[in-house]
Design a protein around this ligand. Structure first.
Ligand SMILES: [Mn+2]
Length: 337
């Protein structure tokens, strides 16, 4: 990941925000800590400027760690007819630049002047103004910059929201490399403004169900090592989903645990979706382009994270993937499989 501290809020965006009196905010469907953290910090800042701010989201949230913030979001735009003064004059879209990913709010950019603030380079930006910083570790870092550029200090609760987004998108700073200094510096500053790393950590990682830990344990137990430990396969069956419920699945923790094994380059997580159909999640550590591999199966993704869906039993998908991995890598088998 490349993190650059040389981004600043474009003056046109600051002008639009200054002009506005009533602002709608939203983000992508199935929001995460960065998506809601950036909305809530910005909403708080707008209210401090004397504006009205309405964060919108599809409820309930699916991610446990952000559940405590649900009541701060509206599922519908309030009835502004009763109060002409408050009619929204601006929409700010955060952490997404693909209009379809706004879900039930996807038509709002046609109804309101729209600003996009995002750090995904792969979107198809829409709206009147866009501020996209692919080098930003989180959108909350962009909001942090924006609030400061507009000459304001950060309130403790805003610091907490901004830290939440930064911690979420960096895997609590584990994904930062030698270019991550700006993100770490910001984390230090946010802490001095009142963010508690300890509280945010326990919010993100201390809100799981016991069932989700047992589910994770089962998938770890099934992990199989091939190509001399460079690849780990693990398997999930329909019966697991029936036993635990799909919502108890915690893929992030699974990948994190499996990448904790010495020498692993690729993790393949094969999930039975129907009796003869599987979805596969692929992650790679440094050098194998799993995006290319996934595309060969009609899927997609990035070099380090990708996935696809295909027909076949868990065993046949596993065997096919095993063969393909040899073609996209220098993996060889030193032991029988
Ligand atoms: Mn983000």
């Amino acid at each position: 990941m490349n993190h650059n501290e040389n981004f600043t809020a474009p003056p046109s965006i600051m002008e639009e925000i200054e002009k506005s009196r009533s602002v709608l905010l939203t983000g992508h469907t199935d929001p995460d800590g960065d998506c809601i953290g950036s909305q809530l910090a910005l909403a708080s800042f707008l209210r401090r400027l004397g504006k009205e701010a309405y964060p919108l989201a599809e409820l309930p949230f699916r991610r446990d760690e952000i559940n405590p913030f649900q009541e701060r979001f509206l599922e519908n735009i309030p009835d502004f007819k009763k109060n002409q003064e408050a009619h929204p004059d601006l929409l700010i879209v955060l952490d997404v630049s693909t209009q379809e990913r706004l879900g039930r709010f996807a038509s709002l950019p046609e109804q309101y002047p729209t600003i996009i603030i995002d750090h995904h380079a792969s979107g198809t930006p829409f709206g009147r103004h866009q501020w996209i910083e692919a080098s930003a570790a989180s959108v909350t870092l962009m909001i942090y910059t924006l609030i400061q550029a507009m000459g304001e200090k950060i309130e403790p609760e805003e610091a907490q929201f901004l830290f939440l987004g930064l911690a979420t998108d960096t895997g609590f700073f584990r994904h930062l490399d030698e270019k991550g200094g700006a993100a770490l510096k910001a984390a230090g500053e946010l802490t001095s403004f009142g963010a508690s790393p300890k509280e945010i950590y326990s919010l993100i990682y201390g809100n799981r169900s016991l069932a989700s830990r047992k589910y994770l344990g089962k998938l770890l137990d099934r992990a199989e090592t091939v190509y001399n430990g460079q690849v780990l396969f693990t398997y999930e069956y329909l019966k697991d989903q029936r036993e635990f419920g799909k919502e108890e699945r915690d893929s992030d923790s699974l990948y994190q645990q499996l990448f904790g094994v010495a020498g692993v380059e690729v993790v393949a997580y094969i999930r039975q979706e129907q009796s003869d159909r599987c979805s596969v999640g692929l992650r790679s550590k440094h050098r194998i382009d799993v995006g290319t591999l996934a595309r060969e199966y009609g899927g997609g993704g990035h070099p380090r994270a990708a996935g696809f869906e295909t027909g076949g039993s868990v065993r046949s998908v596993r065997n096919s993937l095993y063969q393909h991995l040899a073609q996209v890598s220098d993996f060889t088998e030193g032991e029988s499989i």
